[in-house]
Design a protein. Structure first.
Length: 214
């Protein structure tokens, strides 16, 4: 997925990795001369250093996205979870068709649902939705009505997170259910412009129609 890491973060990560490799080299050299307890301690220290570097990198590349999704949804997105993608069509006024996805300002019904839990490339989609760099955090959160055309639902047991995408894949929204079933779900929007092209390519590879004339 497209997007660049901040220069300071990339530089800090490189320095940490370089220091870790140097330390590992020194410890391995020492291990060649000693055995027993010192070797065990050296291995533990190596694991601690490398684990700390990995945690630092992961936190600084995913923490804003994790805050946006919330802990339950973030876990569903990262997997493992069942994943279903579906097309959305707004219900026209005076239509007799009932909505199975009511949200504020509009009602939609789902069509052409497809289970992609085992689809090729899903792991990359999960990862992309978890990375800070794939979202435009500075874009305004417009509450104007969007033309939502595609949805994807991550679920496991009773937990579920539905995500909607606009026709141009520049906007996405997290569906936030009300506190009880009588309340209409709200949308929490975010710009996903940095990965719009990759999203389009991926969903097209699944054979999903992405025409704006729907």
């Amino acid at each position: 997925m497209p997007g660049k890491e901040p220069v300071y973060l990339a530089e800090a990560t490189r320095k940490a990795e370089t220091s870790a490799r140097a330390l590992v080299g020194e410890l391995l050299g020492s291990m060649m001369k000693h055995s027993g307890r010192k070797v065990v301690l050296a291995i533990g220290l190596i694991a601690l250093v490398l684990g700390g570097t990995g945690w630092f990198y992961r936190y600084h590349t995913t923490h804003r996205a994790a805050q946006f999704w919330g802990s339950t949804a973030a876990m569903l997105i990262r997997g493992p979870s069942s994943v279903v993608v579906f097309e959305l069509k707004p219900i026209e006024e005076n239509s007799k068709k009932s909505s199975d996805l009511p949200i504020k300002a509009a009602d939609y019904f789902r069509r052409r649902s497809q289970d992609i839990s085992d689809a090729r490339g899903l792991v990359h989609l999960r990862n992309a939705l978890s990375l800070d760099r794939n979202f435009d955090w500075e874009a305004s959160d417009s509450h104007s009505e969007e033309n939502w055309v595609l949805g994807i639902a991550f679920s496991e047991g009773e937990d579920q997170q539905t995500i909607l995408f606009s026709v141009d894949f520049l906007q996405m929204a997290r569906v936030v259910p009300g506190e009880d079933q009588s309340q209409v779900p709200e949308l929490r929007r975010i710009s996903c412009a940095p990965m719009a092209r990759s999203l389009t390519t991926y969903f097209e590879s699944l054979g999903i129609e992405l025409s704006q004339d729907r």
